[in-house]
Design a protein around this ligand. Structure first.
Ligand code: 1HE
Length: 270
């Protein structure tokens, strides 16, 4: 990534989101640090716009938050006044639509976490594929204390990541997890020192880009659905996906390269 220039991405985004591209890596920033990257409607809609309008040249997205915190979650000022029940349902469904566009979007998303990763901020992070936590990171679900419930898919995605019991503890007691606890709980796959998250994300992004697009697609779209289906259907879907993948021209070439000793061996990483 180092010898390439940042380019603008021609997608119309709200001021709370900033996007740029360097080669095949897009960098999307939550850019509302004065409100601790609280997610208001315009930002959530902007996330949907971004992930549904990505240029084809983008093969991976790195998501970060400006300022001292990744995200303080839902912008509470937007729900402070009562609204008709249906509006609240549609509001939550709007979040679902945006985060679905991330989880089942066109490319893998690597998120760099730091500071508060709270409520809807954690729901956003949970809809991405790889999470790198810097040591300053802490996780909270203060919905319980605010008298509200999860609404951005956390009941499904966060419980699948860390289990119902852990989410219940966080919501009932207001417990926060620090970065190490979050790694043990499997919120983040990586834990790095403060300030190191972006470089780590770029290094991982380059590995992701080196894969075949068929494989990245299957890991994003087939794998989680197979994991959630009944075992018999899952096994059949796995066989179908395996056949599609291994008969792709990319796989043929990669297998030949390995057998003719042109590609790297699998060695432990230091
Ligand atoms: C906000 C929000 C917000 C900050 N909505 N405005 N989320 C929460 O319950 C977390 C609430 N926020 C906090 O606990 C703290 O702000 C932080 C620990 C994240 C950061 O503390 P700090 O001292 O750095 O900042 P601050 O002084 O608290 O906040 C700076 C400004 O951001 C301030 O506004 P200002 O006009 O007085 O400068 C805050 O009001 C504002 N701010 N967080 C609105 N969340 C789809 S359902 C999801 C449900 C949820 O996400 S519930 C979790 C909500």
């Amino acid at each position: 990534m180092s010898d390439q220039q940042d380019e603008a991405i021609a997608i119309n985004l709200p001021p709370s989101l900033k996007a740029s591209r360097r080669g095949a890596i897009a960098h999307l920033r939550l850019a509302r640090p004065d409100k601790r990257n609280a997610l208001d409607d315009i930002t959530v809609e902007g996330l949907f716009t971004f992930f549904t309008q990505l240029p084809a040249a983008v093969r991976v997205v790195v998501l970060t938050g400006d300022g001292a915190h990744f995200s303080a979650g839902l912008d509470l000022s937007e729900i402070a006044n009562t609204s008709p029940l249906l509006d609240s349902i549609l509001h939550s469904r709007m979040w679902h639509r945006a985060f679905e566009a991330i989880q089942y979007g066109p490319v893998p998303v690597i998120t760099v976490l730091h500071g508060a990763v709270v409520g809807g901020g954690l729901e956003l992070a949970a809809s991405t594929h790889i999470r790198i936590a810097e040591r300053s990171t802490y996780y909270g679900l203060p919905e319980g204390q605010r008298g509200i419930f999860l609404g951005g898919g956390g009941s499904v995605r966060i419980t699948r990541l860390i289990g119902v019991a852990c989410v219940q503890d966080m919501m009932l007691t207001g417990r926060t997890l620090d970065a190490e606890e979050g790694k043990i709980a499997r919120i983040s796959q990586y834990l790095v020192d403060d300030g190191q998250g972006f470089a780590k994300a770029v290094a991982l992004a380059e590995k992701v880009i080196a894969n075949s697009q068929t494989i990245n697609f299957s890991v994003l779209h087939a794998l989680p659905r197979i994991a959630e289906s009944d075992p018999a259907s899952g096994l059949l879907a796995e066989s179908l996906m395996a056949a599609i993948a291994e008969n792709s021209p990319e796989a043929r070439q990669r297998l030949k390269d390995f057998l003719e000793k042109r590609s790297a061996k699998v060695l432990p990483q230091g």
